[in-house]
Design a protein around this ligand. Structure first.
Ligand code: FEO
Ligand code: CA
Ligand code: CA
Ligand code: CA
Length: 742
């Protein structure tokens, strides 16, 4: 008989990001379809010119139009590869004619002096190593002389997020990074906490091509880490505000570290943007903290952001010792000051932003851009930069029933800024002054961007929370979105912009809180989130809600980044190909079907839309995957009624075998995330996050029970066929030297 303690762990919900704190009852919209708005055709002409300036001369001329076909000047066919089948192998599977190599993995050294990674839980010094849970990435080219050069395909820096570390038990430890799996009870040993704090954050690392293949440069002077002791400055409206004053920064201008970094953005001036996602769970608050705070409005804010009093922290870092670096994770009011400068009651307000990092200068302190709002940030997708027009940034807030946001810079884009020497000063110009909007999706396929401003009567007079000023609106963006009646979405994840027409794609990964007859925090389906159904897994477990997620897309009116109205449709509905027609609304075939879209990035070289999954529903049939797509445009389909829910939605043109194809399936227990590429499109970098996460902590001593040994099983690093699994970055190339995705 099998020892139950040695069974592989099968959590019903493997996604630590699957949280929801939105208690509001914002209106859902009448499903009756009105006539579609007349839509002006999008004019590409002027955008092409702007794009040339933005990317420092990286030509978009090779981009294929939507719908596939051949690439100008070559015989390549976009999506010409043979689709990869769904599967459960502990391997990275790519189409015939493609190769994969591991570039770097959890724990690899980032300095010459740091020892090679043992991968047995004994390693330390993660401040000088790659962190865990590789996530979003951006490519920053370097000339041979080491100067910024966006066209360089020989040498570059990659800015990479380290989102988290595996934690199968919300009250317990991480495990493969600790020799015995770590301490599952509180208090946590300081040595374990130090390791875990260091492997969250960002890595900046150099890659170089040698003999046609990229490898990372262990001893590059450009390499650096941002971890939880690294100073990071606060910029924008909240800088110096009472909401962010702490014992560490009594003036409210700085915090330490960046946390749970998920998606990314690359600014037109050559810096990295990194989104802080589910940071709230790292903090704890005592069960009597509401009274300690005098039940002031901070309690409303803390509850809305997921830290009700008594909330336990994800890893127990606050128990590591009396040192301030541990105590900061306790956000209860413990001091006696009126302004919070003698404790960490305001520390939660220093997390939850888009962080700007200068990849080329490790001496510059990163800046949190508070004007872009505080929420569970995913990617920061820029509009196509056009001289003389503002820049827009599209952003998702990943929690159940949260919102989609847009930032519009006050300054118009000046192409000369692409080559400025002080890149963070350019960031001040475009990221500290502007307008923040939240999206409302109307049933007729129209939409409104509602401005989050203290001058809006609905915000200034909001009964639930008394906003003091614009800084308060930015720090409490979710509450401001509630006040405006924004549309509650099925967990907005990454955003991406189609470079040829400026349309915005946003993944909505799934939502276990959507119901036909909602109770409590559940919400009813609406036109933009129209599905509710039940899925069954092998073994009989079921999930209800929008189980497989969808991808929505937006066209700002007139193609203007500053537009306050838009049109939308659902580009794809995730589904199992065998599901009913009212679930498999996009008619996905076995070569295309997917569940829980998360990462989404448009290639600048090919305009292929890469779609990545972070799934727990279809994982009885297949590991997580990446698909390649050639999308059309908003409105290329039409209205359709979802018979299960009675809701009418807007559906894009159905995909064909030529416009949507599975390109990759990852190892057991992983999530596929992050995409960046060499400028020629011939090397694609992606991340394999947390392979083997489905291994039970009780099995740490028996490698035969690990659910994955990747990438050690491929010969990478220590451990071989019995290696502990590691998050890793891979490079994908086509064997004939062609571009990836052809
Ligand atoms: Fe870090 Fe919501 O994906
Ligand atoms: Ca199923
Ligand atoms: Ca993710
Ligand atoms: Ca996800």
């Amino acid at each position: 008989m099998t020892d139950p303690a040695k069974q592989p762990l099968r959590r019903t919900n493997p996604d630590a990001d699957d949280v929801g704190y939105n208690p509001t009852a914002n209106p859902t919209f009448d499903a009756v379809l009105a006539a579609r708005l007349s839509r002006r055709d999008f004019v590409l002409g002027s955008l092409g010119t702007g794009a040339m300036a933005v990317f420092g001369g990286v030509s978009l001329a090779g981009c294929a139009g939507s719908g596939g076909g051949t690439v100008g000047g070559t015989s390549e066919t976009l999506l010409g590869f043979k689709a990869v089948s769904k599967g459960l192998a502990d391997a990275v599977v790519v189409p015939e004619g493609y190769s994969v190599s591991v570039i770097c993995a959890l724990g690899d050294p980032l300095t010459a002096a740091t020892p090679a990674y043992n991968n047995d839980g004994t390693d330390t010094d993660f401040e000088s190593r790659f962190g865990d849970h590789h996530d979003g990435m951006e490519y920053f080219g370097l000339s041979a002389a080491g100067a910024p050069d966006p066209n360089s395909g020989e040498r570059a820096l990659i800015g990479m997020n380290h989102e988290a570390t595996t934690n199968p038990d919300p009250a317990g430890p991480s495990y493969f990074i600790h020799a015995n799996g770590g301490t599952t009870t509180l208090p946590r040993p300081a040595a374990e906490v130090d390791k875990e704090m260091a492997l969250h954050g960002i890595s900046m690392f150099e890659i170089r091509k040698t003999a046609g293949k990229f490898a990372y440069v262990r001893d590059s002077a450009f390499n650096f880490r941002i971890h939880q002791q690294t100073p990071v400055d606060l910029y924008g409206p909240a800088r110096g505000h009472g909401l962010v004053m702490t014992k560490h920064s009594t003036g409210g201008t700085q915090t330490r570290g960046t946390l749970n970094n998920c998606g990314t953005g690359r600014t037109p001036w050559g810096t990295l943007l990194s989104g802080e996602e589910n940071w709230a769970g790292y903090f704890t608050r005592s069960a009597t903290d509401n009274a300690a705070r005098g039940n002031d409005k901070s309690v409303t804010s803390l509850n809305r952001y997921g830290r009700a009093q008594g909330a336990a922290s994800r890893h127990g870092w606050e128990t590591g010792g009396s040192d301030d670096k541990y105590q900061r994770w306790n956000i209860g009011k413990t001091g006696v000051s009126a302004d919070g400068t003698d404790d960490y009651r305001n520390e939660l307000n220093t997390m939850g932003y888009i962080v700007e990092v200068d990849p080329y200068d490790r001496t510059r302190t990163a800046r949190k851009r508070t004007a872009l709002g505080r929420f569970a940030h995913e990617a920061a997708a820029f509009s196509v930069a056009t001289a003389g027009r503002p820049l827009a940034i599209y952003q998702g807030d990943d929690a159940r029933n949260e919102y989609i946001y847009k930032w519009v810079s006050a300054a118009n884009w000046d192409a000369a800024d692409a080559n400025a020497a002080d890149r963070l000063a350019v960031g001040d110009k475009y990221l500290d002054s502007g307008k923040l909007y939240v999206a409302r999706f109307n049933a007729d396929g129209s939409g409104d961007w509602l401005e989050l401003t203290i001058t809006a009567p609905a915000i200034a007079g909001y009964a639930t929370y008394a906003f003091a000023d614009q800084a308060d609106v930015c720090v409490n963006a979710r509450l401001a979105g509630d006040a405006l009646g924004a549309t509650r979405m099925d967990r907005p994840e990454w955003s991406g912009v189609n470079r040829t027409n400026g349309e915005v794609y946003i993944t909505l990964t799934n939502n276990s809180n959507r119901r036909l007859n909602p109770t409590g925090s559940q919400v009813a389906p609406d036109a933009a989130n129209p599905r509710v159904y039940t899925d069954t897994k092998a073994g009989g477990s079921t999930s209800t809600g929008n189980v497989n997620g969808h991808i929505i897309r937006i066209r700002d009116t007139g193609g203007e980044p500053a537009a306050t109205t838009f049109t939308w449709d659902v580009y794809l509905f995730g589904a199992e190909s065998g599901a009913s027609a009212s679930v498999n609304l996009s008619g996905l075939t076995a070569d295309q079907d997917f569940s829980s879209p998360d990462g989404l990035v448009f290639s600048r070289a090919t305009n292929i839309c890469w779609i990545q999954t972070d799934d727990g529903a279809y994982t009885d049939v297949t590991n997580c995957m990446m698909l390649a797509a050639l999308p059309g445009s908003v409105g290329d389909g039409g209205a359709v009624a979802v018979t299960d829910t009675g809701v009418t939605t807007q559906r894009g043109k159905l995909p064909t075998a030529e416009t949507l194809k599975r390109f990759l399936v990852g190892p057991v227990g992983c999530e596929i995330t992050g995409v960046c590429e060499a400028p020629d499109g011939k090397t694609l970098f992606i991340n394999i996050q947390h392979p083997g996460e489905t291994t039970a902590i009780a099995n740490i001593g028996d490698p035969s029970l690990y659910t994955s040994h990747w990438p050690g099983s491929t010969g990478y690093g220590a451990g071989g066929a019995s290696a502990r699994p590691r998050s890793a970055t891979i490079a994908i190339t086509r064997d004939n030297g062609g571009r990836v995705g052809t």
